[in-house]
Design a protein. Structure first.
Length: 716
């Protein structure tokens, strides 16, 4: 047809569209030059091809063949245009939009081709961009939704579905913005929608919206218009953030501020808000009245500084950051209606953001009441101390018996019987452990006896060997032994008409026991070197810490002597059996030491007394006296403290074992006469404070004789 009509051939060639004619067998019979530009093939290349389908991408060949077959068979259900993938001559794939028309009266097809490769790529890019947007929107914590120009929701992300309670099916069926806003809010939303479409957007706005269940939610919304590829506005995209919790917190804060403002204004306590520099920010009426300030909307005077009334430093302010509170007290002058014109204030300062809140309480009346109460309490305490002192003196007076102190029942029983024993002239045996006060009891027996105006002569029998003890008790005549230049009266002679106290009588030898027995039986004795007996008008009081009855059974103490000295018995209990005496003994000894050392110690602390009450006192009262004296000397304070008593106890415990061993071995330690003489002279020198003249006089010898003896014994 075209070959016959050149005019139609010219139109086919220059139509401006790539065109070709396909035979029924899919071979090309005509090819215009525009097709060469699109495919890269020349007409010769196209006509040389066996079939047009050979230049179609393999994935589309079957589809193309089926399409043309249906068109030739008159299938009207298929469109006149379709797309396929074409292989350019250079090997690159191209997307083609094909329009097919059947040439009337033939089985030939007129085909026009348009290269849509770039359009397809743009569409793919748009699709990928949309997919990325959807993926991102689904991951965002906020709500993303899109609306068309009719304000119908066209898209909402997962967070939006969760926030508003609508299902995806609800959105597919169609949800209008009017459905999710209260009526009064929708008017505002509609106006904002119009503004966004007009280009006024980018300003976040708060809205109150409705959920599907009718509950409300506050959101912060920011919207922007959406455009088509042609730049036409096609809708609005909105980002929503759920701020319901924030709104509730703001509401709670508002209510809290209202309550605080109400409390602040109406509080009867002065309240003030001040800056770190001390200047007033706000204060209530009570504060204004307290400091005489004007009250006009809480505007404080510029010259008023908190630091003029309360001692607060920058370090103090740093300490009260957070929940910490600092309390300070101050006074305020100028209140003439009160004593001395002074008010007492208590400040409670706390941090309140960058400022500080102070609560000022006037405690003047309470302070005055406390001072009155304190004065009454002090007066009552003074009265109580006076009563306690009087009671203590009364107790101490009742506790004194001669030179002994005790309030224990056991000692009271002893004190009750002592006057009866003292009135008798019979021999008395005072028994008890070391340190229980046997010599003091013996002196008491003497002082309460008819012989009280005569001498009381003590003798420590355990400290001297027999020869010295005999001369000490009975005396000697001149020439009785070497250096006996003149007569020396013994202790019995010195005690004539009075009392002799034989301490530690259980330590004397059997031979000495016989001589003492004779004195007790016959009331006579013979001085060393004398042939004449001397009558003894002396009452004998013996004392021992030993069990004489057991010694009699063992044969170490004469039975007849035991019964002679044990006519009357006074047994002194150990200190561990009279613990209740320790406090009054402490007071007694402290008084003694105060006089001795010229001090004014007030007594023993409760902690120190607790330590003293738990000690077992193997040395009895003598040990307690020793402990207290050590503590007294070491203590520079007004009361003996626990530390001083504890140190004294430690020293005493260390020395006790050595002292006891020394006492047990003192009577048998001498190996010769010279050792005994050294011990005896040392004892007398100790008693006279080292005064040799007095010691010689006490021993009944001339001072020259003592000096010579000291030289002989190596004691110079």
């Amino acid at each position: 047809m075209f070959g016959e009509d050149e005019r139609y051939r010219e139109i086919f060639e220059h139509t401006g569209t790539a065109m070709l004619v396909l035979e029924e067998n899919m071979t090309v019979s005509m090819w215009n030059h525009k097709l060469e530009e699109v495919t890269g093939y020349t007409e010769e290349d196209a006509l040389a091809q066996k079939k047009w389908i050979d230049v179609v991408d393999e994935c589309d060949r079957g589809r193309m063949a089926a399409y043309h077959e249906k068109r030739r068979n008159g299938d009207t259900s298929i469109p006149s245009a379709y797309e396929f993938r074409f292989r350019h001559k250079d090997g690159t794939p191209r997307d083609m939009l094909v329009t097919v028309s059947l040439i009337p009266g033939t089985r030939k097809s007129l085909v026009s081709l348009i290269d849509v490769t770039e359009r397809k790529r743009s569409e793919q890019t748009i699709r990928e961009s949309q997919e990325r947007f959807r993926e991102t929107a689904e991951l965002l914590p906020g709500v993303i939704c899109e609306m068309d120009l009719e304000m119908n929701v066209t898209y909402v992300n997962k967070r939006g579905v969760e926030t508003f309670g609508y299902t995806l099916e609800d959105y597919k069926r169609g949800i209008s913005i009017a459905d999710v806003f209260p009526p009064e809010q929708f008017k505002l939303v509609r106006q904002d929608f119009v503004n966004v479409l007009s280009g006024d957007y980018g300003n976040p706005v708060q809205y109150r919206m409705k959920r599907k269940d009718g509950s409300e939610v506050w959101v912060l919304a920011n919207a922007s218009p959406m455009y088509t590829r042609d730049g036409e506005v096609r809708g609005v995209r909105v980002c929503l953030i759920d701020i319901s919790e924030q709104k509730r917190a703001q509401e709670q804060l508002r209510r809290s501020e209202e309550r605080f403002r109400s409390v602040f204004a109406k509080s009867p306590l002065g309240m003030v808000l001040f800056a770190p520099q001390g200047t007033l920010v706000d204060y209530n009426l009570a504060f204004a009245d307290l400091f005489g300030l004007s009250f006009e909307n809480g505007d404080g005077p510029t010259d008023f500084s908190i630091f003029d009334y309360v001692d607060l430093s920058s370090r103090d302010l740093q300490k009260i950051q957070g929940d910490r509170v600092v309390q300070r007290k101050s006074t305020l002058d100028g209140q003439q209606d009160l004593p001395e014109g002074v008010r007492y204030l208590v400040w409670h300062v706390m941090a309140l953001g960058p400022m500080y809140l102070a609560q000022v309480q006037d405690i003047t009346m309470r302070k005055l009441a406390e001072e009155r109460q304190l004065r009454r309490a002090n007066e009552a305490a003074r009265k109580a101390r006076r009563m306690a002192e009087g009671l203590r003196k009364e107790i101490m007076q009742d506790a004194h018996f001669c030179s002994m102190v005790s309030r224990s029942p056991a000692m009271k029983r002893v004190f009750d019987m002592v006057p009866e024993v003292a009135r008798s002239d019979a021999t008395v045996l005072v028994s008890g452990e070391s340190g229980t006060g046997k010599e003091l009891m013996s002196r008491a027996l003497h002082d309460l006896s008819p012989r009280k105006d005569k001498p009381f002569v003590p003798v420590n029998c355990g400290a001297l060997p027999d020869n010295l003890l005999e001369s000490e008790l009975f005396g000697y005549k001149a020439g009785a032994f070497t250096d006996a230049k003149r007569d020396k009266p013994g202790r019995f002679a010195r005690a004539e008409g009075g009392t002799i106290f034989l301490d530690e009588i259980g330590d004397i030898s059997q031979a000495m026991q016989v001589k003492l027995l004779r004195v007790l039986q016959e009331k006579t004795y013979e001085p060393l070197g004398s042939l004449k007996s001397v009558n003894a008008d002396v009452r004998v009081i013996a004392a021992t810490h030993r069990d004489l009855a057991a010694m009699v059974k063992q044969g170490t103490f004469r039975e007849d002597l035991y019964y002679r000295i044990n006519v009357l018995t006074v047994e002194l209990p150990p200190l561990r059996d009279r613990i209740r005496d320790i406090p009054i003994l402490c007071d007694h000894f402290v008084s003694v030491f105060n006089a001795r050392y010229r001090r004014d110690v007030k007594g023993v602390s409760e902690e120190a007394l607790d330590l003293l009450l738990t000690h077992d006192y193997p040395g009895n009262v003598r040990e307690l006296e020793n402990i207290l004296e050590r503590a007294f000397v070491l203590c520079p304070e007004k009361k003996l403290g626990a530390a001083h008593v504890e140190r004294a106890l430690a020293n005493v415990k260390k020395a006790e074992s050595d002292d006891e061993e020394g006492e047990r071995g003192s009577a048998v330690r001498f190996t010769c006469m010279e050792d005994a003489e050294r011990y005896y002279i040392r004892q007398v020198l100790d008693e006279t404070g080292g005064n040799r003249r007095e010691a010689a006089k006490k021993m009944g010898m001339h001072k020259a004789t003592l000096f010579r003896k000291l030289k002989q014994l190596g004691m110079n």
